[in-house]
Design a protein around this ligand. Structure first.
Ligand code: AMP
Length: 533
């Protein structure tokens, strides 16, 4: 029996009713075991709040105004009489996402309206809206889902996790789990399918970075202030993916050429990682300039001259049938050195001497870079993980936060949404918790851009203020983290200002509330605490 949408809502409510992670996972796993495997994909995707996979270009493409129009227009249901199944809802949302071309808005409204009207209660409509806005708020995280899939399919979590990271999306993972002809334990990356990269943990100083990786010798690499790219090569074809796993090859033709020219002829297939930066006359250009390159898909030639870019490689993940992630960094690096020419490798030193590392850090900052990455020499490459193998050290303290709401400005700024509510990610609930508000840091051009972006993702309009889907990540500098009764998180940033838009980051990569709490605690190494004797 296919799972009805009504049943799906019941399931969501049961999951939301418990705060125990284990219980949530058990509920999902036992539900999966009871239903046909063909239903896993739509059910899991909707539960994960991803009506379409993250990797889909343009996402779902349904905003607040479209939903409002759909609810008003009262189109008769096109679906067979009720109740719609989870598959029906999933498929219909995909159809809407895929509508393109002239008249697409009207068509989307019509399809969405018919979907809403095929539901039998207001409550069901509310749940559908929650799915569309990615605001299910039932405390289900990617980790719980992977765990539930592992239990329901009796495949050890380690393999489920690895397959997910290598395929980059939940829907493909589920297809793999249900594919009897392939052993998921033996999975290799597929060239031209981006994989989930390893992430870094912040430290305040070089010595802290060395102690976090456990001391001893480490590689200290320049941390370039650019955008991470994953480069897939198969013979003479090259594709480039952004950190958010979207294909950006079209915007970076000269990098594609450079990769083709540098790779040793002995390499057939490989996956490399590097950082693309904008450089002019040997100096890195601000990150904003680089983002213009990533946004641009037309008239590339003119912008190629205006904003020249360069790549520095720092990783190799796969080469000619061999997945290298279990090998130590030093071994991966020596393969990388063999196939990429030296001038395209990230500048680095290998040392156990903190003073020498400190010197290198200062030199990197002087050259206009962001800082350094301290890397453990014996570390494997752990897909999708933020571990203690890579430690980033930057010059100033900053965090990456998600904009969850905004207020209209006053005076000169009255036409712009210019005062932003900033939130940190809470990995335990999958939600975002407010930690500050700022109207500082953006240029007029950026305010204008931000206003139009925010208006596309409004979920609640309160007149003077809007609440939005948590989608836009910004880097925020601040003077201090304070305790605050104003926010549920209990923390607030003092003198927060936006230092740049981080369109290369997804919201779940934002600074977590736990990291912020740690940063709060760390402040007291240099300051007295109020109330301390
Ligand atoms: P952050 O974006 O602040 O979380 O720092 C991690 C990012 O630094 C990575 O995702 C890369 O985009 C970037 N990065 C720059 N240089 C390097 C490097 N040498 N090794 C690794 N990551 C680097």
């Amino acid at each position: 029996m296919p799972v009805s949408f009504t049943e799906f809502i019941r399931l969501c409510k049961r999951i939301a009713a418990t705060s125990s992670i284990n219980e949530k996972t058990t509920i999902i796993a036992s539900f999966l075991s009871r239903i046909d495997k063909g239903e896993w994909k739509p059910l899991i995707m909707l539960l994960a709040g991803k009506a379409v996979p993250e990797t889909k270009e343009g996402g779902l493409g349904i905003g607040f105004s479209l939903v409002k129009k759909a609810l008003k227009s009262g189109v008769k249901p096109l679906l067979p009489p009720p109740p719609p199944t989870v598959s029906d809802v999933y498929q219909r949302l995909h159809e809407i996402a895929d509508v393109r071309g002239p008249g697409s808005m009207e068509k989307k409204v019509m399809l969405l309206s018919s979907l809403f009207n095929s539901l039998s209660t207001d409550e069901e409509m509310r749940w559908l809206a929650k799915i569309i806005f990615g605001e299910l708020r039932i405390g289900v995280e990617e980790g719980h889902i992977l765990n539930a899939l592992s239990r329901a399919s009796s495949v050890p979590l380690e393999y489920v996790r690895r397959a997910y990271m290598l395929r980059g999306s939940l829907d493909e993972l589920i297809e793999l789990l249900n594919d009897k002809d392939h052993d998921i334990r033996d999975i290799k990356p597929v060239i031209f399918k981006p994989i989930r990269p390893m992430l870094a943990t912040p430290a305040n100083s070089i010595s802290e970075a060395f102690s976090l990786i456990g001391g001893g010798e480490a590689a200290v690499e320049v941390k370039y202030d650019g955008a991470r790219v994953q480069i897939h090569v198969k013979n003479d074809r090259v594709k480039i993916f952004s950190r958010r796993l979207t294909d950006v090859s079209g915007s970076l033709p000269e990098i594609i050429e450079r990769v083709k020219n540098t790779l040793s002829n002995n390499v057939g297939e490989c996956i490399l990682e590097g950082e693309v930066i904008a450089v002019k006359e040997g100096r890195p250009l601000p990150f904003q300039e680089l983002m213009k390159r990533f946004r641009r898909v037309k008239d590339i030639e003119s912008v190629m001259v205006e904003i020249p870019i360069q790549i520095f490689f720092f990783e190799i993940i796969y080469v000619d049938g061999k997945l290298l992630i279990d090998q130590p960094y030093v071994d991966r690096y020596s393969i990388l050195e063999r196939i990429v020419s030296r001038d395209l490798l990230a500048e680095r030193i290998v040392t156990s001497d903190i003073d020498e590392a400190e010197e290198f850090f200062k030199k990197a900052l002087k050259a206009g870079h962001e800082g350094v990455m301290v890397k453990r020499l014996d570390a494997p490459y752990i897909l999708g993980s933020r571990g203690k193998n890579w430690i980033k050290v930057k010059s100033a303290e900053s965090v990456d936060l998600v904009i969850v709401g905004a207020e209209w400005g006053h005076g000169r700024r009255r036409k712009w949404l210019s005062d932003y509510y900033l939130a940190a990610y809470n990995p335990d609930t999958g939600g975002y918790e407010l930690v500050g508000k700022t109207f500082k840091g953006l240029t007029d051009e950026e305010f204008q851009y931000m206003t139009s972006r925010l208006l596309e993702i409004v979920v609640r309009d309160e007149g003077y203020r809007v609440w939005v889907k948590p989608e836009i990540v910004v880097e925020v500098a601040f003077n201090e983290i304070q305790k605050s009764p104003k926010y549920r998180s209990g923390l607030a940033l003092r003198l927060a200002r936006i230092t740049r838009l981080r369109e290369d980051k997804s919201p779940s990569e934002a600074t977590t509330i736990h990291e912020l709490r740690l940063m709060y605690e760390r402040q007291f190494r240099y300051k007295g605490r109020a109330g301390d004797v």
